[in-house]
Ligand binder design. Structure first.
Ligand SMILES: NC(=O)C1=CN([C@@H]2O[C@H](COP(=O)(O)OP(=O)(O)OC[C@H]3O[C@@H](n4cnc5c(N)ncnc54)[C@H](OP(=O)(O)O)[C@@H]3O)[C@@H](O)[C@H]2O)C=CC1
Ligand SMILES: CC(C)(CO)C(=O)C(=O)O
Length: 331
C-alpha cells in the first residue's frame, strides 16, 4: 500500500516510521534540514519499544512522489493552505486523505455525521481552511478524520523522539461508516506497532483528545514549561481540570457526550513533554491557536456555553503569541 505522510515532523515522522515498519510503501513530504537529514541518513524514531531507522522516499515536492493509495496529513494547522496548494500530485481517483492532527478539523460540520443544530450544519471554518482551499483540493469524499496520542518531538534533524508507550491513532470517516480504506491504513499502522482503532464516532474522539490540548496547552504556553512541571503548581492542576470540564461542556452542547473519565484522564496528565504548541512558541513557528483554542471558543459562544477559565487563558496565550510575533495583533 502506497502511503505518503505530508508534513513528516514529530507526529508525521513517528507515523512514517511505524508505517515503514509495518510494511507500507511509505514516502514523506518534508523540508529543510529535517528533509536533508532523512535523505542522507534515514528517519530515526526513538520510542518506548526501541529505536528504529527507516529509509522512506522523501521530498519537499509532492510531484516527486506521485499518486498514492492514501495520504496522511500531519502538518500544524497553519500549514494547511500550503497542503491545499501542494497535494494534487499525490491524489489519484481513489486516494484517501487522513488528517491526523489536533484541534477541530476543517470538515467537522460537513457531511452526513455532522451536527445538525441551527447555524452549525454546513458551517465552514475559515480560520482553519481559509477560503475553503482544502475542501476544494481534497474534498470531503476523500477525507478521513484522525486523532493521535503520541507525545513527540523532532529532537534533531531526521530524529523523532516519542515520550511514552501510551500511543495510538484513531481514524474515522466523517459520516461514521467504517470503511475498508480506513481499515487498510489502520492495519499498516498496527503492523508497525501503532494501535489504530477505526471509530464510527470520530467527532467524539476529536473532542476527547482536544480536552487535553485545552487543559494543558494554554497553561503550558503561559508557564513555558512541560506538562509535569506546569501542573506541579496545585492551582494550575486544579485549573486544568476546570478547563477540561469547560471543554466537555462545549462538546456536550454540540451533541458529543464525553464521560467524566476523559476529564479525569487529562487532569491527571503528568508527562514531561512540552505540548507541541509550546514547542512552536519556543521555535518561533506559527501556532495552532485557531484550531485548538479559538474555534472551540467560537463554538462555546455559538452554543451559549460559559467558558470563563478558557476565555482568560486563551486571551493570555494569544497575547503571549502576539508578543512573539506569532499571532495577528488586534486590528
Ligand atoms: N508533537 C506532539 O506531541 C503532538 C502533536 N499533535 C498534532 O499533530 C499535528 C502535527 O504536529 P507536530 O508533528 O508536532 O508538528 P511538526 O511541526 O513537528 O511537524 C509538521 C511538519 O510539517 C512540515 N511542513 C509544514 N508545511 C510543509 C510543507 N508545505 N511542505 C513540507 N513540509 C511541511 C514542517 O516543516 P517545518 O518545521 O519546516 O515547518 C514540520 O516538519 C498538529 O496538529 C499537532 O497539534 C498531536 C499529538 C501530539
Ligand atoms: C500535549 C499533547 C501530547 C496532549 O495534549 C499534545 O497533543 C501536544 O503536544 O500537542
Amino acid at each position: 500500500m502506497k502511503i505518503c505522510v505530508f508534513g513528516a515532523g514529530a507526529i508525521g515522522g513517528h507515523l512514517a516510521g511505524r508505517l515503514a515498519r509495518g510494511g507500507a510503501e511509505v514516502s514523506l513530504v518534508a523540508r529543510g534540514a529535517h528533509l536533508a537529514a532523512i535523505q542522507a541518513k534515514g528517519l530515526t524514531v526513538q520510542a518506548h519499544d526501541g529505536t528504529h531507522v527507516s529509509h522512506p522516499k522523501a521530498s519537499a515536492d509532492p510531484a516527486a512522489l506521485g499518486p498514492q493509495d492514501a495520504v496522511i496529513v500531519t502538518v500544524k494547522a497553519p500549514a494547511l493552505p500550503a497542503v491545499a496548494a501542494g497535494i494534487a500530485p499525490l491524489l489519484g481517483p481513489d486516494t484517501a486523505v487522513a488528517f491526523v492532527m489536533n484541534g477541530i478539523p476543517w470538515w467537522y460540520f460537513l457531511g452526513q455525521g455532522a451536527p445538525k443544530g441551527e447555524g452549525l450544519a454546513g458551517l465552514r471554518l475559515p480560520g482553519i481552511d481559509p477560503e475553503g482551499a482544502l475542501e476544494r483540493a481534497v474534498g470531503l469524499h476523500r477525507t478521513i478524520g484522525g486523532v493521535v496520542y503520541s507525545a513527540s518531538e523532532v529532537v534533531a534533524p531526521g530524529v523523532v523522539h516519542s515520550e511514552h508507550g501510551n500511543i495510538r491513532v484513531i481514524l474515522g470517516e466523517p459520516d461514521g461508516t467504517v470503511t475498508d480504506r480506513a481499515l487498510a491504513i489502520a492495519a499498516r499502522l498496527e503492523a508497525g506497532g501503532m494501535p489504530c482503532p477505526v471509530t464510527p464516532d470520530i467527532r467524539a474522539a476529536v473532542w476527547a483528545k482536544l480536552l487535553g490540548n485545552l487543559s494543558s496547552g494554554p497553561l503550558c504556553v503561559l508557564a513555558r514549561r512541560g506538562v509535569r512541571d506546569t501542573m506541579a503548581e496545585p492551582v494550575l492542576r486544579a485549573t486544568a481540570r476546570l478547563v477540561a470540564e469547560e471543554g466537555r461542556a462545549i462538546a456536550a452542547a454540540l451533541g458529543v457526550a464525553l464521560p467524566v473519565a476523559d476529564v479525569d484522564r487529562v487532569a491527571r496528565s503528568n508527562m514531561l513533554h512540552k505540548p507541541s504548541i509550546l514547542q512552536d512558541l519556543e521555535l518561533g513557528r506559527p501556532m495552532e491557536i485557531e484550531s485548538l483554542f479559538e474555534v472551540p471558543l467560537q463554538l462555546a459562544r455559538a452554543t451559549g456555553t460559559p467558558t470563563p477559565q478558557l476565555d482568560l487563558l486563551v486571551a493570555l496565550a494569544k497575547q503571549t503569541a502576539r508578543a512573539a510575533g506569532l499571532y495577528p495583533e488586534i486590528a
